[in-house]
Design a protein around this ligand. Structure first.
Ligand code: FMN
Length: 150
């Protein structure tokens, strides 16, 4: 199975979570293409059979700059991803209240609009509650792999 891993980070925490998830995916024999700062062509060329998004939230509730162009392009071009299983790990901080994990939530909504299929409910990691986001994501990643049949 080919999986495309999309990351969005400002200060590296989402990258750490993505590193840990990528290791687990590779161990499970999933052929993983990791994209950061990609455009829609690069994303589609990765021919995903599954998608994992790991993204922080920044600004006033946006995805970070390394994911924003792809998000905007997917919105504009609207390539259907019918039935492709996906999962989202959102990183945020509950002190931001209304925009908690909004970047991840927006990516989830977008993938659903593109007809992708959520394989496992989104994981939301709260920087007010934990500093071990990578470890905290491990059980979710294991469940996600199960949901992909690995
Ligand atoms: C300038 C700034 C704005 C942020 N805005 C939000 C926000 O709107 N909602 C949210 O849930 N978290 C917000 N956060 C918290 C980050 O998403 C959170 O700390 C995350 O773990 C950072 O991940 P990163 O190291 O991969 O960038 C913000 C953090 C910063 C520094």
């Amino acid at each position: 199975m080919r999986l495309t891993l999309l990351t969005g980070t400002v200060s590296g925490t989402a990258d750490m979570v993505a590193d840990a998830a990528e290791s687990r995916l590779i161990e499970a024999g999933v052929q993983t293409t990791r994209l950061s700062g990609a455009n829609v062509e690069e994303f589609l060329a990765s021919a995903p059979e599954a998608i994992l998004v790991v993204t922080a939230t920044t600004g006033m509730g946006e995805v970070p700059d390394d994911l924003l162009p792809l998000q905007l392009e997917l919105n504009d071009r609207f390539p259907l991803l019918t039935g492709i299983p996906f999962g989202v790990i959102g990183l945020g901080d509950s002190s931001y209240d209304d925009t908690f994990c909004q970047g991840g939530r927006d990516m989830r909504e977008l993938l659903l609009e593109l007809q992708a299929r959520e394989a496992l409910p989104m994981l939301e990691l709260d920087a007010s509650e934990t500093v071990n986001q990578d470890e905290d994501a491990e059980p979710w990643v294991a469940e996600f792999l199960k949901a992909l049949g690995r």
